[in-house]
Each structure stands twice: as structure tokens, then as C-alpha cells.
Design a binder for this molecule. Structure first.
Ligand SMILES: Cc1cc2nc3c(=O)[nH]c(=O)nc-3n(C[C@H](O)[C@H](O)[C@H](O)COP(=O)(O)OP(=O)(O)OC[C@H]3O[C@@H](n4cnc5c(N)ncnc54)[C@H](O)[C@@H]3O)c2cc1C
Length: 402
């Protein structure tokens, strides 16, 4: 968006493609959780005609590819930001990037030798867009995890259920990913158990033919959040029945209030609940410890499993590379200020995509950031002293190879 306003920019991406999180770290059966109208990017044309209300993963990747082409967004791929810090002496951010280089066949035609180069960029403005889901989050301190001999993975590496056909699989976690992966496993002939440790809200994806998310957004414009929560829970009970008896205990606080205060998203059911009700997906309590071949649960029962899939969420990786702790919290890697004030820090630092509000929140941040930087850029160009310095539009972005 800043580019559309004439500001030169460089996008750094550690992976080898655009939309890497969706391409590399999602499962094949994934569809957008929210209706497509709430997932459009700023300035973009709507999804092509014929796109279903909940686009598939491939359709969404195609949409992101088309967006990058339309706006000539050409990230420097394979460029991992190792460290970024503000240099107050020069008023620029120093951003050190590591890139792997394959340096031809080794001696006697052996394997390719690989090395890496480091490049430092200087930039007046730094937009952090590494996402809320940059790294898989693994549970800490679960006893016996190292001793377990079966297959272990995180949902970020899970691709398809047929790889587990005929296996006994334990899915740890019951958010949207845990529910969907359990459903996929079950549909592909895996005997699936799902760990439900905490209380959760499960809502139907649609109420009276309207998306639950869209309905909530609309009602929140008119009514207090408590009333909207009460209505959502009323319809959920009507449509889904009492889910407590299947081991899915609802929190006392409503789903939207929880989302607002903690960022925890309610599960939007796309079929897993039916499988839980008919016993095809077995609900098990929290894990006490892992054993060599399976797990022991807090109710004392033990079971063997061929594989364990952790659906335990994701975390920000910002503290690992950004040397700044005033705007970003070091403990969770999110801006300390909540939406809608989480997009701008000090010294030309910005953040997009950390609002816990999906692509809608990201779009809001992006529009605010682009307008703010464009304003500062235009002002800098207009100033007589700085105008000279900016004769070459790349002056704000300099590169030093090491
Ligand atoms: C299973 C799942 C389903 C979802 N469904 C929806 C939905 O339906 N609607 C919705 O609005 N949201 C949904 N979300 C949330 C969704 O992930 C985000 O809305 C969206 O992808 C976030 O975009 P982003 O650009 O902020 O982060 P990402 O898409 O994660 O992009 C961040 C990029 O930064 C790169 N990166 C990270 N660290 C570095 C580094 N040090 N150097 C260089 N590059 C780096 C990563 O490789 C990645 O390409 C879903 C999330 C998940 C996990």
C-alpha cells in the first residue's frame, strides 16, 4: 500500500515463496475459517466469481499470488531477518538478513556446498509483519515426551489424514486446528482421540444461514457484547445441543468476551462435533505424562498411540530478532498496546497482523501504516534539507553486504 503511494519499499521473506504460512504450514483440507468477505486484502478486487463463501486453502493462496502480481509485490525471498535494531545515532533501523547460497558442486562432483551471506539494510521505517503464527507453540514441561517412541508432529507440519489411515492418533488441543485435524484423521480411517484440557466455546459456523462471524460483527454494532454472546449461546444450544455431556465444557464468560479479553478464538464447527457425538472422535482429558508407546491421562487411564499431533497453536517470533522491548512485549512478541493502537511504535517502527482479529485486523493496520509512512515520506521530500538527501528514492533503504 505504501508502494501505491510512491514510497519505495523492500519486503523480506525468510521462506522461498509468497504466502509461505499458507503454502508451507497448513493442511490440505483447510478452508478459510471466516467468510471470504472478511478476508479480503486492502485495495484488492473481491475474490473471483464462483469462489465459495469459505475459500479452500488453494483458492486463498491463488488470491494472495494474484494480489502480489497485481501490485508487483516482489519480496526478497529466502531472506531471514536475524536481527533488527534502531540506531539512534543515524536515525535508521539496521536490519541484518541471512541468505543461504548454494555454491556449486563440491570437490570431485560431490554434494552441493552451501553457505550463507549476511546483508545489512538501513531503513528509516520498519514494518514488522512476521505474524502471530510465526512459530509452532509446543506444550512445555510434559513429562515423558522424550521417551515417547511414536511419531510426533505439530499441526503446522500436518498435511493430510490418509497418511495416518489405520493408525491410532492422539490430537493434543481442541481449537479450530485440533478439531479440523481430528475430523480429517477420522474421515481418513484413523482412530482419533482428542485431548480437551480447557473449557471451550464451540459455535455453529452458521446460524439461520448467516455466518456466525458476520452475524456477530453486525450485532456488535447495535448491542452490548454480553447480549450478543447470550444470543450466540442460545442459538448454539439450539443447533448443537448440550455439548457438556461430550466432555466439551463451556466457559462461564461468553465467546466474544473471551475473544476480546484474551484473543482466544471460539471453535467454529465444521463437522467434528457430529463425530464426537457419535463416538468416532474420542474426547480424552489432559495428559498426565507420556509413556514409551502412548500417554497417561489425568483420570489415570493409559493408552497407546501410533502418533501424537500437537494442535497447541502458534507464537510470534518477534523477540528472537527485534531488539526493542518498549513497543513489543518480550514475553509474547505482541505489541503491548491493544487494537486499534497496536500498529505504530516509536522511531519509525510499525506492526501489522498482531491484533488477534485475523485478516480484518491486518488490513486495518496496513491501511493506517501506509497512510502514515506516505505522509512522512511526502513531508520529508518537501523539506529542502531532506529533499536533496532523497534525490535518489532508494536513499532511505541502503544495503551493505558482508
Ligand atoms: C489454520 C489457520 C486458519 C486461519 N484462517 C483464517 C481465516 O479464515 N481468516 C482470517 O482472517 N485469518 C485466519 N487465520 C489467521 C491467519 O494466519 C492470518 O490472518 C494471516 O495469515 C496472517 O497474515 P500475516 O501476514 O500477518 O502472517 P503470515 O501469513 O504468517 O506471514 C508472516 C510471514 O513472515 C515470514 N517471517 C517470519 N519470520 C521472519 C523473519 N525473521 N525474517 C523474514 N521473514 C519472516 C513468514 O515466513 C511468513 O511468510 C488462520 C490461521 C491459521 C493458523
Amino acid at each position: 500500500m505504501a508502494k501505491a503511494r510512491g514510497v519505495p519499499s523492500l519486503v523480506l521473506e525468510k521462506d522461498a515463496c509468497v504466502a509461505a504460512s499458507w503454502r508451507e504450514r497448513t493442511y490440505e483440507r483447510l478452508r478459510l475459517h471466516l467468510p471470504r468477505g472478511f478476508c479480503e486484502l486492502p485495495l484488492a478486487p473481491p475474490f473471483p466469481p464462483g469462489t465459495p463463501p469459505y475459500p479452500t486453502r488453494d483458492q486463498f493462496i491463488a488470491y494472495l499470488d494474484a494480489y502480489a502480481r497485481a501490485f508487483a509485490v516482489e519480496p526478497r525471498l529466502g531472506a531471514r531477518v536475524r536481527v533488527a535494531a534502531y540506531d539512534a545515532a543515524i536515525g535508521f533501523w539496521r536490519v541484518t538478513v541471512v541468505e543461504d547460497t548454494a555454491s556449486g558442486a563440491g570437490a570431485r562432483g560431490g554434494a552441493m556446498a552451501s553457505s550463507s551471506t549476511e546483508t545489512e539494510f538501513l531503513s528509516r521505517w520498519l514494518v514488522v509483519a512476521t505474524g502471530e503464527n510465526a512459530e509452532p507453540a509446543w506444550p512445555e514441561g510434559v513429562e515423558g515426551m522424550d521417551a515417547y517412541r511414536g511419531a510426533v508432529m505439530h499441526t503446522s507440519s500436518y498435511k493430510r489424514g490418509d497418511e495416518f489411515a489405520g493408525n491410532k492418533v492422539l490430537v493434543v488441543g481442541c481449537g479450530n486446528s485440533g478439531m479440523e485435524v481430528s475430523l480429517d484423521l477420522c474421515n481418513n480411517g484413523a482412530a482419533t482421540s482428542m485431548v480437551v484440557r480447557d473449557k471451550i466455546h464451540v459455535l455453529p459456523r452458521e446460524i439461520l444461514g448467516i455466518s456466525t462471524f458476520g452475524l456477530s460483527v453486525f450485532l456488535l454494532k447495535w448491542f452490548p457484547i454480553k447480549w450478543v454472546d447470550a444470543l450466540l449461546l442460545f442459538f448454539s444450544r439450539l443447533i448443537l445441543g448440550n455439548i457438556d455431556k461430550y466432555g466439551l465444557r463451556r466457559p462461564k464468560i461468553g465467546p466474544l468476551q473471551i475473544k476480546r479479553s484474551t484473543g482466544k478464538t471460539p471453535v467454529l464447527d465444521i463437522g467434528a462435533l457430529r463425530k464426537i457425538k457419535n463416538g468416532e472422535i474420542k474426547v480424552v482429558p489432559a495428559i498426565n505424562c507420556f509413556t514409551e508407546n502412548g500417554a497417561e491421562f489425568v483420570d489415570g487411564h493409559r493408552e497407546d498411540f501410533d502418533a501424537v499431533i500437537f494442535a497447541t497453536g502458534y507464537k510470534s517470533n518477534v523477540p528472537s530478532w527485534l531488539k526493542e522491548d518498549e513497543f513489543f512485549s518480550e514475553s509474547d512478541g505482541f505489541p503491548r498496546k491493544a487494537f486499534p493502537h497496536s500498529w505504530r511504535g516509536k522511531n519509525g517502527l510499525y506492526a501489522t497482523g498482531f491484533t488477534k482479529r485475523g485478516l480484518l485486523g491486518t488490513s486495518y493496520d496496513a491501511a493506517m501504516i501506509a497512510a502514515d509512512i506516505a505522509h512522512r515520506w511526502t513531508k520529508a521530500l518537501a523539506g529542502p534539507a531532506t529533499a536533496a538527501a532523497h534525490d535518489d528514492s532508494s536513499a532511505d533503504l541502503q544495503q551493505h553486504q558482508r
